[in-house]
Design a protein around this ligand. Structure first.
Ligand SMILES: Cc1cc2nc3c(=O)[nH]c(=O)nc-3n(C[C@H](O)[C@H](O)[C@H](O)COP(=O)(O)O)c2cc1C
Length: 319
C-alpha cells in the first residue's frame, strides 16, 4: 500500500509507534524503525538534555532508519520545564522527526525546521490540528476517543475526528485511536489519513519493556476493559480498569476532587514502579479500547508485516 507519507518521512510503511511514558525506549523505537515503521522515543523518559542526547545516540546505534522523538509539552504536570532543552537536543543530534504535543507548536517549528527536522504535531481536536497546520508543522497525528492515554476533552471518536481533520488541513494526517491491524489501516486510509499510529498494539509486543504481567492482563481484557478518568483535573486518560484506576474513578465522584487528591494515584513514579515490578493493580496503565482485539504477543516486526498484508488483502477484497 503506497502512501506519500512514506516519502515525506523516509519510512517504508505508514505505521507510527505512539509515544509512551516510560515505555517508548530506544530499544522499542529502533525495533519499530528497523521493521519499516516510524519508531518513537519519549523525551519524557529523561530529565535533562544530556540524558535525551544519550538516548538519541543509543537509538542511532540500534537503527540507521528514520525515528521520531516525542516531546509532550505539559508543563503543568511535568516537574520543571525541559521543553526547550529537548528541542535543542533534537536539533543538535539532528533527529529525523520530532512529534510535539500538549501546547501550540508555533515557536518550536522554525527552530526544528532550521535543523532539517520534520515536525509532527499530535492533536485530539480539529481546532488544534488547524492551529498546528497554520504553525507550519509537516504532519498532524490525530487520535480519537478510543485511544489509550490522553484522548483530549471532547470525546470525539476516530471515525468522525480523523476525516473531520483531513477535511480541514492541507497537510498529511496520521490517524489513530483504535487501530491494531490491517483492517484499521485500510479504514484510516479510507477516512483520508495517510498513515496510522498504533499505541496499545505495540504495548503487547515482545520488544515492549513492560513487565510480562501487564501483557498477560491485556490478553485477558476485552473492549469494555478500559475507562476514562482524570476528567476532574482536565487531563483525561483512558486506562485499563484496575484497582488504582477504579479508585481514581471513585474519588472523582466526590464534589471538588483536587489535583492533590488525584495525583498520588496517577503519578508517574508509581506507574513506573508497577511497570517494573509487574504489579498490575498498584498504578494506572494507559490502554486503548482496542485492547479487546489483541490476542497475542508477537514481535514488532510481525505486527507491522501483518498489518501491511492484512490491509492489502482488505483493499483487494473491497475491489
Ligand atoms: C501505555 C501508554 C502510554 C502512553 N503515553 C503517552 C505519552 O506519554 N505521550 C503521548 O503523546 N501519548 C501517549 N500515549 C498515547 C499513544 O501515543 C497513542 O496516541 C495511542 O495509544 C493511540 O491509540 P491506541 O492505543 O488505540 O492505539 C500512551 C499510550 C499508552 C497505551
Amino acid at each position: 500500500m503506497y502512501s506519500p507519507l512514506c516519502d515525506l518521512l523516509n519510512i517504508q510503511y505508514p505505521i507510527m509507534q505512539g509515544a509512551f511514558q516510560w515505555l517508548a525506549t530506544p530499544d522499542l523505537a529502533a525495533a519499530v524503525s528497523n521493521a519499516g515503521g516510524l519508531g518513537t522515543i519519549s523525551a519524557s523518559l529523561y530529565k535533562t538534555k544530556d540524558e535525551l542526547l544519550d538516548a538519541i545516540a543509543r537509538t542511532k546505534a540500534l537503527t540507521d532508519k528514520t525515528f521520531c522523538v516525542n516531546i509532550s509539552m505539559f508543563p503543568e504536570v511535568v516537574e520543571g520545564e525541559a521543553t526547550w532543552d529537548f528541542i535543542h537536543a533534537c536539533c543538535e543530534a539532528k533527529v529525523p522527526v520530532v512529534e510535539l504535543s500538549g501546547r501550540e507548536p508555533k515557536e518550536f517549528v522554525p527552530v526544528l525546521h532550521e535543523a532539517g527536522i520534520k515536525v509532527i504535531h499530535k492533536s485530539t481536536a480539529v481546532r488544534f490540528a488547524k492551529k498546528a497546520a497554520a504553525a507550519g508543522v509537516d504532519v498532524v497525528s490525530v487520535v480519537g476517543f478510543e485511544c489509550g492515554g490522553a484522548p483530549g476533552n471532547d470525546d470525539v471518536t476516530s471515525m468522525v475526528l480523523i476525516p473531520a481533520v483531513v477535511d480541514e488541513v492541507d497537510i498529511p494526517v496520521i490517524g489513530g485511536g483504535g487501530v491494531c491491524d490491517g483492517r484499521g489501516l485500510a479504514a484510516m486510509r479510507a477516512l483520508g489519513a495517510q498513515g496510522v499510529v498504533l499505541g496499545t498494539r505495540f504495548m503487547a509486543t515482545q520488544e515492549c519493556g513492560i513487565h510480562p504481567n501487564f501483557k498477560e492482563k491485556m490478553l485477558e481484557s476485552n473492549e469494555l476493559s478500559t475507562i476514562v478518568v482524570q476528567r476532574s483535573i482536565h487531563f483525561p486518560h483512558r486506562n485499563l480498569k484496575n484497582e488504582t484506576t477504579l479508585q481514581v474513578a471513585e474519588l472523582e465522584k466526590e464534589e471538588n476532587p483536587t489535583i492533590e487528591k488525584i495525583f498520588p494515584y496517577v503519578s508517574g513514579k508509581r506507574q513506573k514502579a508497577c511497570y517494573d515490578s509487574g504489579d498490575t493493580e498498584g498504578g494506572v496503565f494507559p490502554c486503548g479500547e482496542v485492547v479487546g482485539r489483541i490476542h497475542d504477543i508477537p514481535t514488532v516486526q510481525e505486527v507491522i508485516a501483518r498489518v501491511m498484508a492484512e490491509a492489502d488483502a482488505v483493499l483487494s477484497a473491497l475491489k
